[in-house]
Design a protein. Structure first.
Length: 147
């Protein structure tokens, strides 16, 4: 059941983030921040590949941050997963911080991504009541549960 909540929450935040990208596009002017020429050639190629692969016009909210933190929050409902939560939370924080010096996002994009992940967790893990598919099928067929 937690896996279903995670999948639906993931789709939900991706959909909501895509709405922002379409209707409120923001762009990071990476051209204003060229890579320094004195860095190691391998590091230069890695950063250049990241810049070419990542479209600079889908900044707010940061989906890097949203998806990472949503994954961490997915471990909250189970008390035996608290250690996993903290591992993923620290990892997510490091990813969120890394989007700033790599010129992928502004600070507000990171904050927006975190807010979207918290909202997605709250809606899909706390507010939405999930019913297993087998129960839904019985209900739609008009069958009564065998209680």
């Amino acid at each position: 059941l937690t896996r279903n909540k995670y999948i639906w929450s993931y789709f939900g935040v991706l959909f909501f983030g895509a709405l922002f990208f379409v209707f409120f596009p923001t762009t990071y002017p990476r051209g204003d921040y060229p890579l320094p020429g004195d860095i190691h050639p391998l590091v230069y190629r890695i950063f250049q590949a990241v810049r070419e692969a990542d479209d600079p016009s889908n900044c707010f909210p940061s989906m890097h941050v949203t998806c990472c933190f949503l994954t961490a929050f997915a471990f909250l409902p189970k008390s035996e997963s608290r250690t996993n939560f903290w591992i993923y939370f620290v990892w997510s924080t490091l990813i969120a911080m890394s989007t700033l010096p790599t010129k992928q996002h502004y600070l507000i994009d990171v904050v927006g991504g975190l807010a979207l992940s918290i909202s997605g967790y709250w809606v899909f893990f706390r507010k939405v009541k999930y019913v297993p598919l087998t129960v839904l099928l019985r209900i739609t067929r008009g069958e009564r549960s065998a209680r």
